[in-house]
Design a protein. Structure first.
Length: 216
């Protein structure tokens, strides 16, 4: 039986990793939002700007039963876009701090990028691979230095351990050799050429969201 949707819902893409999910309209617009329109949403990460992919149908809910449903708060306006530009500059500062602290406190941790939420003091630090060890001291240091309550999102891209022949593979004929290799994340990086603000963006094969709070 196809489920019936109780609210007007949209599929919205959000975040630099290209996640998407279902969001219900808090105040349904007189004219439905169209694909490509920018909206302000509230989801599990906080309040941020996303892009409408289209109206969600009952069939989508059946295929995405475990996706939490967020809220579309409003259409994004000039003020929201201006705030995003300011947050982007601030995120660059947080990125540089997180990178420096990782070198001191979490050797081997590959910090890819930082996003800051539109409201509040929340943020997301994207790291490559599945980080080992306890990252809470590093996260606490980033928070203390930058005043941002960050969550760590691990973007694995199916990267294998160094020395392993398993992991992400691209369509290059020399995949697994030389510069195109699972060793050092080479293949996972070259297979998906999109960028995180000039830094190579890995593929999203799965995400491990770590509660980066210190309990306070």
């Amino acid at each position: 039986m196809v489920p019936v949707m109780a609210h007007q819902e949209y599929l919205v893409r959000y975040g630099k990793a290209g996640d998407f999910g279902r969001f219900y309209a808090v105040r349904p617009p007189a004219v439905p939002w169209r694909r490509g329109e920018r909206v302000v949403v509230r989801g599990h990460r906080g309040v941020e700007v996303g892009t409408v992919l289209g109206e969600a149908r009952a069939g989508h809910a059946a295929f995405l039963p475990n996706t939490s449903v967020g809220a579309v708060l409003r259409a994004a306006g000039p003020g929201d876009e201006a705030a995003l530009a300011r947050l982007g500059r601030r995120a660059d500062e947080v990125y540089r701090t997180a990178l420096a602290l990782a070198g001191e406190m979490a050797p081997g941790l590959v910090v890819m990028d930082v996003e800051l939420m539109l409201e509040g003091d929340g943020g997301v630090v994207h790291v490559l691979g599945e980080p080992g060890g306890d990252l809470r001291p590093w996260v606490d240091a980033v928070r203390a230095r930058c005043g941002v309550r960050v969550t760590v999102e691990s973007v694995s891209g199916g990267v294998a351990e160094p020395g392993s022949d398993e992991g992400a593979r691209c369509d290059r004929p020399d995949c697994g050799e030389g510069a195109c290799s699972t060793k050092g994340h080479g293949c996972a990086t070259c297979a998906l050429p999109e960028l995180f603000q000039g830094r190579a963006r890995p593929g999203v094969a799965g995400q491990e969201r770590l509660d980066a709070g210190s309990g306070g």
